[in-house]
Design a protein. Structure first.
Lengths: 277, 656, 149
């Protein structure tokens, strides 16, 4: 049985047994190579699920929809490892109860999809450790990082200025991000207006910096922002750079488990401080 | 519409000579929202303050900026003046143009330019200042002292003698703590029990002290002046009211072979017992774990012999909920288990004992009635080796810190030994002799010079048994030679460590621990008896290793803090506190984790029908100290800090 | 001869240590260049990265953030939290091309008046050498919209 068939069957069982009230997964999208979120409430719906290399979205963001989990019933969800990390962070930040989440885990490598053992976020601890130990970056992305790191500050500034100039402040990056669950985003606070709302470069720069800061130690690098950005700003690149920073400086790999302390709300007395005069 | 008054002080020549105050004044007069801008020689003087007050009334000012010296000097002065003129004192800001401008810059033009910018930015800030009221918190005038050792007793007595109510809680069956176990005390060699027991009795009989022995703290909630504390009174199985303390039950108890904790396992006790003869209260408890009745369901000898029917095997733990205004934590210490030094043979050889065990041997009320006798065969040891720092100052095996009291008690032990066993030889291995304190160095010198203790600077590497002798191999680093001593007894100066449950208990009370589990003071130098949690104070060795004089001093310091707190009916605090916008809060609790004061609680937001909609952060104004760490953490900008609001800082920066 | 470039430097400091240290520099009559503007806050824990961005928006050529030494925080550990934020935000600024020479962090205690004066002097000199932060200023000019409150 293909992995897709197995998971369709699993989802159907979860629904028909009444263990979960809903399964969030991937259905067909607007073109054959695209997938969009599918919400199955009956065992029949489960036959529409796809599990293949095109399933790239991190669906965990749907879990924090207001009221979805308040009836204490369980929800099944298709998640890749980064999605499981998101669930851990959302649990650590009290946005959901991980016991309510039944995970249908899968992973994709070079176009091949394989299933993951476990159903609870806590079942994947060894996977998280392995991810932390073997952080990977695509060659293309690494090449760009190397290029940027090699620039002078002036060149880097110019590079990002050119990128941020394109931003139209559509906030698609925010909408797609599972970590952007704030009831009010700082950019929507106009008392005071910390971030310019007009899409001038200055405001765009501020917005993207603030978002990257708020995601530091929380981003799981699912790439949702990259895919959502209509003007192709390499947003994940910044977030990945920050993820490396918190890993190097504080040994913090986001979403390791559901009890992880937020990196910016905790500290160690001997945190590194080489730059402070 | 803002009506700001700007008052530019010359501070005599201090500001006037360097800054063009007239230019500054006129520049401020032209600034939007400024109703009046005036200069004066000394605004802090009485006529100066009168000028400010007059201007407030005349121009109906909505805010005041005084451009003068540091706010650390005269902010209070000018706030008071504003209040006297009917303006909320928190609508006053100080532009520091003396310490941070006229005194440090040489170029008059640039200094004036800077003064203009500083003042302007504070005008922008003050426009957004809110009227604030000092926070008033009622005070429950009842102190809780946790721990009935010398520190707790001292604190309780001092507070009670000032006429305030005290609840003194001790988890053991009797008051006394470690001090009651000691034989004589350094540097005066007076008998510990002789000075301790009168204090215990005084505390127990004090009309203002409610003594709860064999009781533990279950829960602490609330904040300064308004704590709610739940205390568990463990069942003694002896009715405290009926018991006369005759001791018949103790005599008749058939179970007599329980290792005596008070005597550090050197003696035995029955299952119904008082820890020591002078226990306060002198009422026994039944040790449920060892009691024959509780184990086998048969016996009840104690009940049969008790003439007042005080024994009650059905007794249950009871809970007491008390309202408390201030808490003194005096939970003391334990000594480190020295088993990690396998090479010293503690636990393997009966005659390798700890310093505390030596105290019991030397104590007139101890298992040997004060005679120094070997635990193994009851013989008088002719040679004793004392090993200092058996745990302390040893990062690899023991603890990093110095336990502070061991140098002194080892000297004392050597002395007591010399006095009790004539001809006995005491050898002391030490790393350094730390005898700072009144009469302390003289004391150690006496041990060496008069009582002829042989001090050797060096460590011991091994202790082993050979032909009935404890062979001690060490090194005398001053001679640069290895040393071997055939001893009859070895005494280890074990490290003082926090109570085994110190960390968990810190969480119950809501205070912080250091890396070892000793409780954290608010400031090591300037606030050594306060904790970071307002209204909770520290006394004795729960904060760090301490001797008796230090513990007593700290206890009295705690008492003075508590009495000071109780001298008022209401507490008034600066209203610089964080406030959360509940409608935008997502309840991620990062703020609660970041808060150094545990001031952030979860608050349920309910619908009209009582269903839980969400949980949000609630910042307890009684606990918040106003650092603003939570404000910066809050991603949704839901939290703000009164007096330093986001709007104010934004305006201040934009005014630069 | 044209006037030398006078940089604008904004400092965010805690009131208990660095602000008091600056006061001590004053009472000791130490001299340092007048390019610095201080914003006083209760604790470094209160210093938001947004403040730094707003200072740059107001035309600052350099920013200083300073507070109590680790272990000395009046609020026990506001500065430990601040240190983590600075580490992260500084890396972010670096990656996006803000020269780190322009954004400085320091611990200055209430007793370190001399350190404060020396730091301000050297910082001002460094920023003077770097010249105005033209790249950022260009971005500010592009944004015509007035700052709204």
């Amino acid at each position: 049985m293909s992995i897709q068939e197995q998971y369709r069957k699993k989802a159907a069982e979860l629904l028909s047994s009444g263990e979960v009230k809903l399964v969030i997964g991937y259905g067909s999208g607007s073109t054959p190579d695209r997938r969009r979120a599918l919400f199955a409430r009956t065992a029949d719906d489960a036959a529409l699920f796809h599990v293949d290399a095109a399933c790239d979205a991190n669906l965990s963001g749907y879990l924090v929809n207001e009221g979805l989990l308040s009836d204490k019933k369980k929800i099944g969800i298709f998640l890749k490892p980064e999605g499981i990390r998101s669930v851990n962070i959302l649990a650590a930040e009290s946005q959901l109860d991980p016991d309510q989440i039944v995970i249908l885990g899968f992973t994709e490598e070079n176009g091949t999809v394989s299933g993951l053992q476990g159903t609870q976020a806590s079942d994947f601890t060894s996977l998280m450790t392995a991810l932390k130990e073997n952080r990977t970056t695509s060659e293309k992305e690494q090449a760009l990082v190397d290029k940027i790191e090699a620039m002078t500050p002036q060149e880097r500034f110019a590079f990002w200025q050119a990128e941020f100039e394109k931003c139209i402040k559509c906030y698609a990056c925010r909408q797609v991000c599972p970590m952007c669950y704030c009831k009010r985003c700082i950019v929507d606070n106009n008392q005071p207006q910390w971030v310019h709302t007009s899409s001038h470069t200055l405001g765009n720069f501020e917005w993207n910096l603030v978002r990257a800061f708020h995601l530091s130690g929380r981003c799981v690098e699912c790439g949702g922002c990259d895919r959502a950005c209509p003007v192709n700003i390499p947003l994940r690149l910044i977030n990945r750079r920050m993820a490396n920073e918190v890993l190097d400086a504080f040994d913090h790999f986001s979403g390791m488990n559901q009890n992880q302390e937020p990196v910016l709300a905790s500290f160690k007395k001997d945190d590194p401080e080489t730059f402070i005069l | 519409m803002a009506k700001i008054g700007v008052f530019i002080c010359h501070c005599g020549e201090n500001i006037g000579a360097k800054i063009d105050c007239t230019r500054l004044t006129s520049a401020m007069n032209d600034h939007p929202g400024v109703s009046v801008s005036v200069e004066y020689k000394y605004f802090c003087s009485d006529p100066g303050q009168e000028n400010v007050k007059k201007a407030i009334r005349e121009h109906n000012l909505t805010g005041v900026v005084v451009a003068a010296c540091s706010p650390r000097m005269h902010e209070a002065t000018f706030r008071k003046a504003c209040a006297e003129a009917g303006l909320n004192p928190y609508l006053c800001e100080i532009a520091n143009i003396r310490e941070q401008c006229s005194w440090v810059h040489t170029d008059q033009d640039m200094a004036t330019e800077k003064a203009i910018e500083i003042t302007r930015s504070l005008i922008e800030k003050v426009k957004l200042n809110n009227e604030l009221q000092p926070i008033e918190v009622p005070v429950t005038k009842r102190a809780l002292v946790i721990g009935g050792g010398i520190a707790g007793i001292q604190a309780a007595l001092d507070i009670a003698n000032a006429g305030q109510e005290v609840v003194l809680v001790e988890r053991e069956p009797s008051l006394g703590g470690h001090m009651a176990q000691l034989s004589e005390t350094f540097p005066t060699l007076d008998c510990s029990q002789c000075i301790m027991t009168p204090r215990m009795v005084e505390a127990a009989q004090h009309p203002k002290i409610r003594l709860l022995t064999y009781s533990e703290i279950e829960q602490v909630e609330g904040f300064i002046g308004n704590f709610k504390v739940r205390i568990r009174q463990k069942s003694r199985y002896v009715d405290m009211k009926a018991c006369t303390g005759c001791g018949d039950c103790i005599q008749k108890c058939p179970q007599k072979k329980i290792s005596d904790e008070f005597d550090c396992a050197l003696g035995k006790r029955p299952a119904i017992y008082t820890p020591f003869a002078q226990a306060v209260p002198n009422i026994p408890v039944i040790d449920k774990e060892h009691c024959t009745f509780f184990k086998n369901g048969k016996c009840k000898v104690c009940q049969k012999v008790c003439e007042t029917n005080a024994i009650n095997f059905e007794m249950q733990d009871e809970f007491l909920d008390l309202e408390i205004g201030a808490i003194v934590v005096a939970t003391g210490f334990q000594i480190q288990n020295t088993a990690m030094y396998g090479e010293y043979g503690y636990g393997k050889y009966a005659d390798v004992i700890t310093g505390l065990q030596f105290e019991r041997l030397a104590s007139a009320s101890g298992p040997t009635a004060g005679k120094i006798l070997r635990p193994s065969d009851g013989k008088e040891p002719q040679t004793i080796v004392f090993i200092q720092c058996a745990g302390s100052r040893d990062p690899s095996k023991g603890v990093k810190y110095c336990s502070k009291i061991c140098c002194m008690y080892t000297a004392k032990h050597a002395m007591l030994y010399a006095h009790k066993v004539h001809g006995g030889k005491a050898h002391v291995f030490y790393m350094d002799i730390r005898a700072a304190g009144k009469g302390y160095d003289e004391f150690t010198r006496r041990a060496i010079e008069e009582d002829e203790a042989a001090y050797m600077r060096g460590r011991v590497s091994k202790v082993w048994l050979e032909n009935g002798k404890l062979m001690v191999r060490g090194v005398d680093t001053l001679l640069g030679k290895p040393v071997e001593i055939a001893a009859d007894m070895v005494v280890l100066a074990t490290a003082i460590t926090p109570q085994p449950d110190a960390r968990e208990f810190a969480k119950v009370v809501g205070i912080g621990c250091d890396e070892y589990g000793f409780y954290n003071e608010a400031h090591l130098k300037l606030r050594p008896v306060e904790t970071a949690t307002a209204g909770i104070f520290l006394a004795g060795a729960c904060q760090s290793p301490k001797d008796i004089p230090d513990s007593v001093s700290q206890a009295s310091a705690c008492a003075s803090k508590v009495i000071g707190l109780f001298s008022r009916d209401q507490l008034e605090r600066e209203p610089v506190i964080a406030i959360n916008n509940e409608s935008t809060c997502s309840g991620c609790w990062g703020c609660a984790l970041a808060c150094p004061y545990n001031a952030i609680e979860k608050k349920d937001i309910l619908s009209r029908s009582g269903e839980l909609i969400k949980q949000v952060a609630f910042i307890n104004p009684g606990l918040c100290q106003g650092c603003g760490t939570c404000v910066t953490f809050c991603r949704s900008n839901s939290i703000d800090l009164a007096g330093f609001t986001e709007k104010q800082i934004f305006a201040e920066v934009m005014g630069l | 001869m044209s006037k030398p470039f006078e940089p604008k430097i904004v400092a965010f400091v805690c009131t208990y240590c660095t602000y008091a240290g600056a006061d001590l520099a004053g009472t000791s009559r130490l001299k340092y260049p007048p390019n610095i503007r201080m914003v006083r806050l209760p604790c470094t824990g209160r210093i938001s990265p947004m403040f730094i961005l707003k200072a740059l928006q107001k035309g600052a050529d350099g920013v200083l953030v300073s507070g109590c030494h680790p272990g000395d925080c009046h609020f026990t550990h506001g500065n430990y939290h601040a240190r983590r934020r600075w580490t992260v935000f500084r890396a972010l600024l670096n990656f996006t091309g803000i020269p780190l020479e322009r954004i400085r962090f320091s611990w200055i205690s209430a007793a370190e008046g001399v350190k404060f004066a020396e730091l301000i002097s050297s910082l001002t000199e460094d920023i003077r050498k770097l010249g105005p932060f033209e790249q950022y200023k260009a971005m500010i000019h592009e944004t015509e919209a007035p700052v709204s409150l």
